[in-house]
Design a protein around this ligand. Sequence first.
Ligand SMILES: Nc1nc2c(ncn2[C@@H]2O[C@H](COP(=O)(O)OP(=O)(O)OP(=O)(O)O)[C@@H](O)[C@H]2O)c(=O)[nH]1
Ligand SMILES: [Mg+2]
Length: 386
Amino acid sequence: MVFILKTLFAKELKRPRNYLHSKFIDSIRLHVKGGTGGTGLPKFGGLGGQGGCIYCVGKENANLKNIMSKFRGKTISAGHGEDSRKTKIVGNPGSDIQLEVPLGVTIYREDGKVLGSVNKEGDTVIIARGGPGGNPQNNFLGHFGQIHHVRFDLKLIADIGLVGFPNAGKSSLLKAISRAQPRIASYPFTTIKPNKGVMMYKDTRQISIADLPGLIEGAHMNIGLGHMFLKHVERTKLLLFIADVQGFQLSTKHPRRSCLETVLLLNKELELYNSELLHKPAVLAINKMDLPAAQDILRNVQESLQNIDSVIHTIPEEIRPEKLISFEDVIGISALNGGESIENLKELLRKRLDEFADENDPNIEDSSVVLRRNRAIVRERGPQIT
Ligand SMILES: Nc1nc2c(ncn2[C@@H]2O[C@H](COP(=O)(O)OP(=O)(O)OP(=O)(O)O)[C@@H](O)[C@H]2O)c(=O)[nH]1
Ligand SMILES: [Mg+2]
């Protein structure tokens, strides 16, 4: 009977909105085990092979979901080093295991120590070292490799992060300025996982931009989805705030917030999450300028933000942030109609990014640090016979 019902209503029983279940995974935990070193042969001075290690390597298109489905509940073990034999005096090293991870992953050990982060294509981080093979220093006895739990934490790396209330038009903007195809609809929380798009300029310059689920009032108390994803804006270089010119109301039970109020609320939520975010360069784009009376509201918001000290006492206390973000620019756009306003925004974003780029360039590394790290890698993976 159940079978017949299931077959008859198969279509109806199908879970609606399947995309809701394709979870975006930004944190996983794994158990990793480096290989044991091979035993040496004291009689002939034979050396055991070094145990294999487990390491991560950055790949643009990799994702954590693949690693999760492959290794869930399992221990990842690297190969053991070969023992030294009469016929083969130096044992072969154990095989390494390579895990491809997306860019922006930081790897933590269970005690909270950071093992490293993967920020560029090809960056590698060793997460479990192999044990050394048997040699005169350890009485020709191979050692165990490292065993521990590690956590991979992904924070998207994009140049620009979009911050806004639901329905403000973040995804519409992403669609207008890049080739990404995010989901757009007139209800809140259309976007439930981060999307990344790339803006292309005529001179082949590319700037990446991350669209995140909308933030709402009380997000710092874990209301809504946005807060869960706020960590992804931590590594962006510039924040692009999007506000609906008509403001926002989650439902009839919630208060209606005007455009200026939504901007202040976003400021407050970011402040409560991590006040360092307020120091990032920020641009405010007021969206839906095609709607009636939009010009007046834009002018009003621009003026209010310029003279915020005289306006702030008119704002209800629960909305007031402690520290205000100073926006580089406040401009009006229409994500739906595209056109000139979007082109202007693109140029503006590029200009602002370039202005702030030189101030704090993380790519310039101290050469002694690089040398020390490379030495450590050679030691951990053992010399390779080629
Ligand atoms: N009139 C007008 N409507 C717009 C404009 N931009 C977006 N919209 C509409 O606003 C609604 C919400 O757009 P989305 O892009 O899904 O908004 P979002 O900020 O990504 O929303 P969430 O993903 O729910 O956080 C859609 O119905 C859009 O068509 C605009 O410039 N003008
Ligand atoms: Mg969206």
